[in-house]
Design a protein around this ligand. Structure first.
Ligand SMILES: C[S@@+](CC[C@H](N)C(=O)[O-])C[C@H]1O[C@@H](n2cnc3c(N)ncnc32)[C@H](O)[C@@H]1O
Length: 459
């Protein structure tokens, strides 16, 4: 059996010993092992020993040969490697060939890489782009690459966008970790669409909300399902504008069942999360995760009574024990590391999520029932969202505040809140829930009319 030590010995004994050793290896697995472990190649290594294996039937062997030829960086191997890049039947081998051409950083390879720009495999194309970006600034290269901004593959578009058409970051009035004083611990009474008109761009760190239901409760009457979706889209587009670069929006929704009006009709199930998702992505929210909020079955409405009796197929109605937390990030060229680095060390240290935490995307949390509001968040749900998706001192926004649970959790976790609520009754309820001065260590809560808030933003 050959070992790495044996391969090392052979390498140091020159090309003659190498040729002999290679000739002595007859089976595919020994050859693969040998080529995989060739490691660093001596200056006088004769790559032509490897060339015949470019036609080997094993794609593994072809892969390692291409990789080793690439290491040599010798222009005399450009042609065979380019042939593999174009013609090999295995995409991993082709990708390695393109990567080898790129690593050579040789201008002679530019036309070969251009030739591969029409490759149908996006992974190969990404590798070609990487190889060409070494020559960024070369007019012909830039012209060719810029055209790919219209490529059908979204990953390719994104790479080119970032390299050649980076979004202009707004000149924010504040460093990323800070925001306007008038958004700290404020509740505004009014339609959130109007309230958001006065909220500057790039000012909110995190939004967590549960929208009004479609015709399911008395506070939410919309002329049609489509009008309801448009209303939500309008609000979330405004939230997007107000959200800081690369920050999160977590939307709690679930499909909703409108009960049948009589035995002659059937109930209707509206898949809200699935219908709202494409609208969110279109307006610039990047989908990050779906978290499932799982409730005990005993806490939800039972739909099984009929089926339990008759057991007839097609009439099965499972009890809906889940809701979604759909996690989005304001699309950004910047990585999350950038967002984190915008905070000082102390804040990062103090915001760390220590101890046990939920590692899966299924969160088992009991629902909360409240005699004053029919659809309140459990505080535990808010706590998790806030600790996972914000830092201490951040502003957490809820456009549909209801009883103000998000605000309560935010304060307890040393963040501040910004809340909007349209209904006078619920605005008063928030006042009752959050008006307690002892809750506040920094700025006491303010309860404002839309006009007062707008005036405040203009000072
Ligand atoms: C599902 S509830 C939110 C409950 C909240 N998560 C809680 O824990 O209490 C939705 C709330 O949105 C409010 N709302 C509906 N349309 C609104 C609008 N256009 N602007 C502001 N609030 C609105 C409703 O009055 C309702 O209180």
């Amino acid at each position: 059996m050959i070992t790495k030590e044996y391969i090392n010995d052979v390498k140091t004994n020159g090309n003659g010993a190498l040729a002999k050793a290679i000739n002595g290896l007859k089976d595919t697995s020994s050859l693969t092992y040998f080529f995989e472990n060739l490691g660093f190649l001596p200056k006088d290594f004769d790559g032509s020993l490897l060339l015949p294996f470019l036609n080997h039937e094993s794609s593994n062997i072809r892969f390692w040969i291409v990789k080793n030829l690439g290491k040599l960086g010798d222009t005399k191997y450009i042609k065979p490697i380019a042939k593999i890049a174009k013609e090999d039947t295995d995409s991993m081998v082709r990708r390695e060939a393109v990567s080898s051409l790129g690593r050579m950083r040789n201008e002679k390879n530019i036309p070969i890489l251009f030739n591969l720009l029409s490759d149908r495999d996006p992974k190969i194309l990404a590798q070609v782009i990487r190889g060409l970006l070494v020559f960024k600034g070369n007019e012909t290269v830039d012209t060719q690459l810029k055209q790919l901004v219209h490529h059908p593959n979204e990953f390719i578009q994104q790479v080119i966008q970032k390299e050649y058409f980076p979004k202009k970051i707004m000149d924010s009035h504040f460093p990323h970790a800070k925001t306007y004083e008038y958004l700290n611990n404020v509740v505004v009474h009014g339609d959130v669409r109007e309230i958001l008109q006065s909220v500057p761009e790039d000012s909110i760190h995190l939004t967590f909300t549960s929208p009004p239901y479609y015709n399911a409760r008395d506070y939410s009457i919309y002329p049609s399902y489509n009008a309801y979706l448009q209303f939500l889209a309008d609000v979330f587009e405004k939230v997007h504008r107000a959200t800081k670069e690369g920050r999160y929006f977590i939307l709690n929704t679930s499909p909703i069942i409108i009960p049948r009006v009589s035995r002659q009709h059937s109930s209707k199930h509206y898949p809200i999360p699935f219908n709202i998702h494409p609208l969110l992505v279109d307006m610039g929210w990047e989908f990050i995760d779906d978290i499932v909020w799982l409730k005990p079955e005993a806490s939800v409405k039972n739909r099984n009574a009929g089926f339990l009796q008759h057991r007839k197929p097609l009439a099965y109605k499972p009890n809906p024990v889940t809701e979604y937390l759909m996690v989005y990030r304001k699309k950004s060229d910047k990585l999350i590391d950038w967002n984190i680095r915008e905070y000082d060390r102390k804040t990062i240290e103090e915001s760390k999520v220590l101890g046990n935490y939920e590692t899966s995307n299924v969160w088992h949390i009991d629902p909360t029932f409240d005699k004053n509001h029919s659809a309140v968040f459990p505080v535990e749900l808010c706590n998790r969202v806030i600790i996972f998706y914000s830092f201490k001192g951040d502003v957490v926004f809820d456009p549909f505040a209801g009883s103000g649970t998000v605000g309560k959790a935010a304060i307890a976790l040393e963040r501040s809140f910004f809340l909007a609520e349209k209904d006078e009754k619920y605005f008063q309820l928030i006042k009752k829930n959050l008006g307690n001065k002892s809750l506040f260590s920094n700025k006491e809560a303010q309860f404002l009319t839309l006009n007062d808030f707008t005036a405040l933003t203009k000072i």
